[in-house]
Design a protein around this ligand. Structure first.
Ligand code: PDD
Length: 290
């Protein structure tokens, strides 16, 4: 596969980044993961807006997005890698660039490191039809989880704890409340209302989460953006994950205990189908270049 690194398209085997890259030394960068199908992107504007927000928030500077014309780069890469027929994932990472190690920012003129890569993707159909198991794990992250930074160590540790127990995802708990998953948003049906953590600094403002909230509103499902306690999660009739790689993923087991009937719930199935339809429409209708 070819990837895009700092203005050039190169074979990934030969693409290298300096050991003085700020992301390597400090985790000083942000990233995005987008879904593509037939050469078209799902909700690209929302992903670009979130990336822009993170770059500005961290004072890396969002001008880098125009300098590199990221949407055009993504389409060029998908074509180059023969990924315009099926499903694909797009990974974008921007770091503060390469500079001798010092905690404070290097000069603002330091060229940012810009990476875009693409890969084939298989939607998780079988897991979605059976549902998955999740564990709970302490949320050990910082106070700005809304920034999609490449500092993912707490997420990595939580995901590994889940994997070690054969679970699909770790649901993170902070102060007794569910925040989100290590790499997905978390929803639960609590007393007939669909609940998810409010979009504040404790969670990533997931794009799938936002779309699911819209779809639930359209379907007349009662929704509240309000934290779910561990006790409420344990008593929820349905739980599901939402994310770019998970879609709407039913959770049928929480720490080995069946959720509701132990089968994917009705609302979960309904919203999963609605998300699929929304994606299919986006991939059919959107112009191939966004
Ligand atoms: N993760 N919460 C966290 C902590 C995430 O890392 C992600 C996405 C989500 C879902 O967000 P979205 O719907 O915008 O994909 C929620 C990506 C896919 C990843 O790190 O691979």
């Amino acid at each position: 596969m070819d990837l895009y690194l700092n203005g050039e398209i190169v074979d990934e085997q030969r693409a290298t980044v300096s050991v003085n890259d700020r992301a390597f030394l400090f985790g000083d960068g942000v990233y995005e993961v987008l879904r593509a199908s037939r050469g078209r992107l799902f909700e690209p504007e929302r992903h670009w807006r979130r990336l822009r927000g993170g770059l500005d928030e961290l004072r890396i500077g969002s001008g880098v997005m125009e300098e590199h014309d990221l949407p055009a780069v993504v389409h060029r890469l998908l074509e180059r890698n023969g990924l315009t027929a099926g499903d694909a994932l797009v990974y974008v990472q921007v770091t503060r660039g390469v500079a001798p190690r010092a905690h404070q920012f290097p000069p603002t003129t330091t060229p940012r490191t810009v990476l875009v890569s693409t890969s084939g993707f298989m939607p998780k159909r079988s897991e979605r039809s059976t549902g998955v198991e999740v564990i709970t794990h302490p949320d050990l992250r910082w106070a700005r989880c809304d920034i999609k930074s490449v500092n993912l160590l707490p997420n990595v540790l939580a995901a590994q704890a889940a994997a070690a127990r054969g679970a699909f995802e770790a649901v993170l708990l902070r102060d007794g409340m569910v925040t989100e998953g290590s790499r997905s948003s978390v929803f639960a049906m609590v007393n007939g209302t669909l609940r998810t953590h409010p979009a504040n600094e404790r969670i990533l403002h997931g794009i799938t989460r936002a779309v699911v909230l819209e779809l639930a509103g359209q379907a007349g499902v009662p929704v509240r953006e309000e934290g779910v306690s561990m006790a409420e999660l344990a008593a929820a009739s349905e739980i599901f994950l939402a994310g770019t790689t998970a879609d709407v993923m039913p959770v049928t087991s929480l720490e080995g205990v069946p959720v509701g009937s132990g089968e994917p719930g009705d609302i979960t199935r309904q919203l999963g189908a609605a998300l699929d339809a929304r994606m299919a429409a986006a991939f059919d209708a959107a112009p191939a270049r966004e």
